[in-house]
Design a protein around this ligand. Structure first.
Ligand code: SF4
Ligand code: SF4
Length: 147
């Protein structure tokens, strides 16, 4: 079978063009990670579900259950409970329930908190089989992290 020289040239050129793209990608830095064995580093402004912030001096939650965040949430995701311990001027949080199934990550709660007691976490790895797994007590989570 005779192959015209012009077709042969085109085929070769196409092959070389393809190889050029492949080799170009081969030497570029790797951008994929071996998920889930490797954790991703999220950018500072990433919004995961909210979390309670710990007071660096006392190690306890800064939150004093004033409920400003609860009232600010347009989706009724937050329920905060607290008690005033003897000798304390403010309440201490005892329960901080977040229904993440309803959260739109709007940030109204974070903005409403005058004490910077809540912030967006960098948690991106949430998966579950039931809705209940996304209803969390952020106070219990904070306590568990401290142990
Ligand atoms: S997180 Fe802030 S706004 Fe919400 S109850 Fe605690 S102190 Fe108040
Ligand atoms: S981010 Fe918005 S929707 Fe989510 S808990 Fe806060 S106020 Fe509610």
């Amino acid at each position: 079978m005779k192959v015209p020289l012009r077709d042969l040239g085109r085929g070769l050129w196409s092959l070389l063009s393809g190889m050029r793209v492949t080799l170009g990608q081969f030497f570029k830095p790797t951008v994929t990670v071996h998920y889930p064995h490797q954790a991703l580093k999220m950018p500072p402004r990433f919004r995961g579900h909210i979390e309670l912030v710990r007071d660096p001096e006392t190690g306890k939650a800064i939150c004093y259950a004033c409920k400003l965040c609860e009232r600010a949430c347009p989706s009724d995701c937050i329920t905060v409970e607290g008690v005033k311990l003897e000798g304390d001027k403010k309440k201490s949080v005892t329960e901080y329930r977040l229904d993440f199934t309803k959260c739109s990550l709007c940030g109204a709660c974070v903005e409403a908190c005058k004490s910077n007691a809540i912030r967006f976490s960098h948690e991106y790895n949430l998966a579950g089989r039931s809705k209940e797994q996304f209803i969390m007590d952020l106070f219990k989570r904070l306590e568990a992290e401290g142990k």
